[in-house]
Design a protein around this ligand. Structure first.
Ligand SMILES: [Zn+2]
Ligand SMILES: [Zn+2]
Length: 457
């Protein structure tokens, strides 16, 4: 017999579901949520060959169909997310089935949103039975998440509340851990949350180690490539991200990662069994130098060719200049602080520049570059005049600005091959430009350049 959890919501096992689907008129159930290892209705006949349940498909939704979130989901794109059908006598019941096995490393999180929506809708339209095979782990985990969401309960409180109705429930440890993450994300599965990113990376790592191929859709977009026209919502996040640090190859300045790709870890925390952890155990704020991280860890991105080719581990090299930037391994590695990062996509801080240059700055630099090229090609006299002024600092009024301009010019000269600089010189210029890349300064520089472009030479 199913156990009533709330009004119009009950939990049960496969026999309860089979009975209701066959012809039980005693129950008022109108919606069934099946959480079994197969979503197919034939699962019932495989379990008991005497059972045959009529069903008519409404829809089947795969991960790839589930909109923009699919690329960020830990589930493979071709995996079935859920099926929806009319089932039972006279096809009176609505059954949603999600394919989920009762194992600790099964991805429960990515099914929670569709399950919660179904339960919510079902309770409004009638009465819902959530069932799995034994009615102990999977169905209990789904209902626990549902109670957490609608009643704003912690995992413990929601589970305790569920046990009041059905004392046998006991989600497996992996599910409990994921429900904790669900709580940490504010009772929703938020793909942009660092909590979810870590979970997703771990899940991708497990998939990879078990021999599943990670298709490139699961790798993050290459920040060094031009972006497609994005929706308004994405634009908003971009503006917010403008002021966050970006990560570039130290040698050639190619963009290799954005702030949003970084997966943070608490220095020295995790599966470490090393002495220093114990030494500073007394005072968590007393972080010694040796616990400082010499690397950052990021999501796998599309410029990482070896990752895309399916390698287990290898060097991460800059796609532009081939400089070695770091290392990756799906099996995980230890950060200099002692934390184990699994899987690990590591960039050595000594090989990258963590740049405060915002994307607005970069757009302005691009405009400046166009203006400078225009000057050099079409108004060489005006260009020389400007350069002369800049270098001799005759225009005292704009001294500070002009010095900065000079640096920008020298950089462009170096890039354009107008003059040849040593590598060191180039690096110094890059360093100075990094220090003076302030939006307002650059804006003034752009205005100045515009004026020079209008000089009648
Ligand atoms: Zn670290
Ligand atoms: Zn490079």
């Amino acid at each position: 017999m199913p156990y009533t959890v709330r009004e119009n919501l009950s939990i049960g096992n496969i026999s309860d579901a089979a009975r209701i689907l066959q012809n039980d008129t005693v129950h008022s159930v109108t919606h069934i949520l099946s959480v079994l290892s197969s979503a197919s209705i034939s699962f019932f006949s495989e379990w008991r060959p005497s059972i045959s349940i009529p069903a008519k498909e409404i829809t089947k939704v795969h991960v790839a169909d589930a909109g923009a979130g699919a690329a960020k989901s830990a589930l493979a794109s071709d995996k079935l997310l859920y099926s929806l059908e009319y089932a039972g006598r006279d096809l009176k019941l609505v059954r949603m089935a999600v394919p989920l096995r009762d194992t600790e490393n099964e991805n429960l999180l990515d099914y929670l949103e569709v399950c919660i929506d179904f339960i919510d809708r079902g309770r409004k339209e009638g009465s819902v039975l959530v069932h799995c095979f034994a009615g102990v782990s999977r169905s209990a985990a789904v209902i626990t998440a549902y109670l957490m969401r609608i009643e704003r309960l912690s995992v413990e409180d929601a589970l305790e509340s569920l046990r009041q109705s059905c004392e046998n429930v006991c989600p497996n440890d992996g599910f409990l851990e994921q429900l904790k993450l669900f709580e940490g994300m504010g009772f929703k599965v938020d793909h942009s949350s660092p909590i979810y990113k870590r979970f997703r990376l771990k899940a991708l790592g497990e998939n990879h180690l078990s021999g599943l191929r990670i298709d490139s859709s699961k790798l993050g977009a290459d920040p060094g490539m031009p972006v497609e026209i994005s929706s308004g919502a994405e634009e908003t996040t971009k503006v917010e991200n403008n002021r966050r640090p970006t990560y570039r190859c130290r040698k050639c300045r190619r963009l290799v990662a954005l702030h949003e790709h970084v997966i943070d870890h608490v220095p020295g925390e995790g599966e470490t069994a090393f002495g220093w952890n114990k030494r500073r155990g007394g005072n968590p704020f007393n972080k010694s130098k040796e616990s400082e991280c010499s690397s950052i860890f990021i999501e796998p991105l599309r410029w990482m060719k070896a990752v895309e080719e399916g390698a287990l581990e290898g060097k991460l090299s800059c796609v532009h200049c081939d400089a070695r930037l770091g290392y990756f391994t799906w099996a995980g590695l230890q950060c200099s602080c002692g934390s184990w990062i699994t899987p690990a996509f590591q960039l050595h801080k000594s090989r990258i520049d963590i740049s405060p240059i915002t994307s607005v700055c970069f757009r302005m630099l691009t405009v400046m570059k166009i203006l400078v090229i225009d000057l050099i090609l079409h108004k060489p006299k005006a260009y020389r005049h400007l350069l002369h002024n800049v270098i001799n600092q005759k225009t005292m009024k704009f001294q500070g600005l002009l010095w900065k301009l000079a640096v920008v010019f020298l950089l462009f000269e170096a890039r354009l091959g107008v003059s040849i600089f040593s590598d060191l010189h180039h690096r110094i210029i890059l360093f100075i430009i990094e220090c003076c890349c302030i939006e307002s300064v650059l804006l003034n520089a752009v205005i100045m350049l515009h004026k020079f472009c209008r000089v009648p030479y």
